[in-house]
Design a protein around this ligand. Structure first.
Ligand code: IPM
Ligand code: MG
Length: 353
């Protein structure tokens, strides 16, 4: 196949990890006879420095016209002033909204060899294989009104948690479909004892369930879920939840995998290109040193091939090469090893069948 991929390496370790994922994609392309054309654009802090905006209209248009978008990470101390008018994260949110990628899939799997890298007891980690489906274009991140004003001499800041029924319906439906192809267990996470938006969420989830009689649906409050994710993580199959709950729960879930550096993500729209990115951030503390773990981005590239290009053998080959490299003891610094970013990617590359 032939495809155009826009690369948004971003800030911090973003360019380092994206560079390695591109090498993997190029390798796969030559092995399997595909042509992937890459074009690189600025997004995040680097785009603020160059254009004064975290995401320019041109870059968004280029992403919309692509077959898929691969992103590294955005942000860093340089752009962290809370009073700044432009922030790197605005670029990421604008991109998600602009691409309409409402479904963020964050699979969490535990490699048996990495059980020791997690602070959790090994017996808790046996059999962990879950996917968090995070709603990505609504909720607290985007609800209006949002902003500041002055009321009776006091500065007030407002964020709004808003969902419409159709936004809940499409994400829950996607989660049900995913669960159907897995262990058929869906946990819908909300805060229905307090939030009206969560009560609507629950109601819609129950309606959608009628279309999926073979999938077991349970509801769990987000505070309980945050506890159960570490006390009985293997009990989860597919988890579906609101944007910010999903943001928080997926960082928590990464602890199961031993390192944030391991986890990929896929953000999907009803139509148009998907957006693929590791769940970790720009890690300014280690940026430029060539020691970041490239696996989260390499596995994101595998998800890109699976979800956007509908390939099967190719992503499976990448995932199996990652697995074999881990089994062979290859480790970057975040996992207590000494391999650099490039060396880790080389280990994976040479194991791609
Ligand atoms: C993530 C990140 C982003 C988010 C930030 C960088 C805006 O934490 O992808 O999880 O909150 O969505
Ligand atoms: Mg996050």
């Amino acid at each position: 196949m032939e495809a155009n991929i826009v690369l948004l390496p971003g800030d911090g370790i973003g360019p380092e990890v994206v560079g390695e994922a591109v090498r993997v994609l190029e390798h796969v392309a030559s092995r399997y006879g595909h042509t992937f054309r890459f074009s690189e654009r600025l997004m995040g802090g680097c785009s603020i420095d160059r254009y004064g905006a975290a995401l320019t209209d041109e870059t968004l248009a280029d992403c919309q016209a692509a077959d898929a978008v691969l992103l590294g990470a955005v942000g860093g101390p340089k752009w962290d002033d809370p009073l700044a008018k432009v922030r790197p994260e605005q670029g990421l949110l604008g991109l998600r909204k602009g691409l309409g990628v409402f479904a963020n899939l964050r699979p969490v799997r535990v490699y048996p060899e990495l059980v020791g890298a997690s602070p959790l007891k090994p017996e808790k980690l046996a059999g962990v294989d879950l996917v968090v489906v995070r709603e990505l274009t609504g909720g607290l991140y985007f609800g209006q009104p949002k902003g500041r004003d002055v009321v009776d001499g006091h500065t007030r800041a407002v964020d709004t948690l808003e969902y419409q029924d159709f936004e809940i319906e499409r994400i829950v439906d996607l989660a049900f479909r995913l669960a159907q192809g897995r262990r058929r267990k869906l946990t819908s996470v909300d805060k229905a004892n307090v939030l009206e938006s969560s009560r609507l969420w629950r109601q819609v989830a129950v309606q959608v369930k009628e279309r999926y009689p073979e999938v077991e649906l349970s509801h769990m409050l987000v505070d309980t879920a945050s506890m159960r994710l570490v006390t009985s993580p293997a009990s989860f199959d597919v988890v579906v939840t609101e944007n910010m709950f999903g943001d928080i729960l997926t960082d928590e879930s990464s602890v199961l995998a031993g390192s944030m550096g391991m986890l990929p993500s896929a953000s999907l729209a009803t139509q148009g290109p998907g957006l693929y990115e590791p769940i970790h951030g720009s890690a300014p503390d280690i940026a430029g040193r060539g020691i970041a773990n490239p696996i989260g981005t390499i596995l994101s590239a595998a998800l890109l091939l699976r979800y956007s290009f509908k390939l099967e053998a190719e992503p499976a080959a990448i995932e199996s090469a990652v697995e074999k490299s881990i089994s062979a003891g290859c480790r970057t610094a975040d996992l207590g090893g000494s391999l650099g970013t490039r060396a880790m990617a080389d280990e994976i590359l040479r194991r791609i069948a």
